[in-house]
Structures are given as C-alpha cells and as structure tokens.
Write a new protein. Structure first.
Length: 226
C-alpha cells in the first residue's frame, strides 16, 4: 500500500512538473509552482531533521552524559562549542531589529571570512595542487606509447595555457595603451581554445544527464499509464 501511494505521488508530481511545458495557462500554470513549493518545503524539512538528528541531538546527549565525549577535548569543549553555535544562531535572528542589526552583520562577516578561508584551502588542496601534481607526473609509458605521450603533452599544454589565459599583464605600447605581445596573445588564444573545449564537454555531459533523467521520467509515466 505504501509503495503504491509513493508511486502515485511520483506520477502526479511528474505530471505537475511537465505542466510547465503548457505555459502560464489558467489553473494549469500553477501546478508547476505547487510542485516546486512542495519540493522546497520537503527539502527544508529534511534539512531541519538531519540538522537536529546529526548536529543538535548528539551535542545535547554528550552534554548530558559526562562520561562520553563527541570531541577529543572532552564534554566541556562540547558545551563551549554548542554555546558558541547557539549564540551565533541567536544573533542571526536579530536581523529584523534595526538597532541590533550590526550584531548580525558582524556574525555574517565572520561566517563569510571563515567560509572564504575554507573554500580557498579546499580549492588549493583539493583542486589546484592535485592538478599541478598530476600535470607534472609523466605516465610510465611516456616514451614507449605514442598515445600516452600525446595525452601527457596535451594535459601540460592545456593546463599551462588555460591558467595563462587569465593573465592580463601587458606592456604599454607607443601610444600608452596596453599592447600584449604576440607570444602572449598566442598562448591566451590556445588557452581559450582548451577552456572552450572543456566547457563544451561539460555542457554536453550535463545535457546528456538531463536527457537521461527526462527519458527515465517519460518511461515512468508510460509504465504507470500502461
């Protein structure tokens, strides 16, 4: 019974999403919006439940039981961390109060700075440094395998010229205007070609994934109708 109910709900929601193709018709035009509202509401509820069960509840249980500790620093550290998080959350709720909005803005500033630092470290350690390491590492069959040699050279050329494309330094010409050299323009042009090729491949992959999802939904509709 539960499986049939879930299947029926998925069938109805799929039709509501596909109603977007009919345009902004009376009554029908609101079906897509209702489906989006349902999705956003369920996503918010799911996030709240996961946050409570995975974040708040373990802290509360750890604070109440001094014999266990969620961190290596002990239950006292848990209380400090939980109190700091609760204080930050309370300060964020003061945003509607104009006289106290500076407190909320200060919290936002700290969160943005910390988020930017975490993103920068993640980009360096998770993307840029591994990319540089993979670019500088030659395959075992570099000289014996022609295909491996061409692949390695293309990776090095594409990585270097792709990064150089974002180099905007230029010398001043006779009239004082910036005039990049022919070598710089050529390297940037090659880097642009590699970037366009990569973006085209990413777009094609995204399009294929979307078509796969679309065909799966259409097959689902026909299976229900049959």
């Amino acid at each position: 019974m539960a499986e049939a109910t879930i299947t029926l709900a998925g069938f109805v929601l799929t039709l509501m999403v596909f109603s977007y193709l009919l345009g902004d018709l009376p009554y029908i035009g609101n079906l897509y919006r209702i489906a989006v509202y349902i999705f956003v509401g369920m996503a918010a509820a799911f996030t709240a439940i996961v946050s409570y069960e995975g974040l708040l509840l373990p802290y509360l249980q750890d604070i109440q039981d001094p014999t266990t500790s969620w961190t290596a620093l002990g239950s006292g550290a848990d209380i400090v961390i939980f109190s700091a998080a609760a204080l930050i959350g309370a300060l964020l709720l003061l945003k509607p109060i104009g006289a106290l909005s500076w407190l909320t803005n200060s919290v936002f500033a700290v969160l943005i700075v910390v988020g930017a630092a975490v993103a920068a470290v993640g980009a360096l350690s998770g993307t840029l440094i591994p990319l540089m390491s993979a670019t500088g590492t030659l395959p075992a069959a570099f000289l014996s395998d022609f295909t491996a040699t061409v692949d390695a050279l293309l990776i090095v050329l594409g990585t270097c010229t792709g990064l150089y494309y974002f180099h905007y330094q230029a010398r001043a010409g006779d009239d004082g205007a910036p005039a990049p050299s022919r070598l710089s323009s050529g390297l940037r042009y090659i880097g642009k070609a590699f970037l366009v090729t990569a973006l085209g491949a990413i777009y094609a992959s995204t399009l294929l994934s979307s078509l796969t999802i679309l065909t799966e939904r259409i097959g689902f509709l026909f299976s229900i109708g049959g």
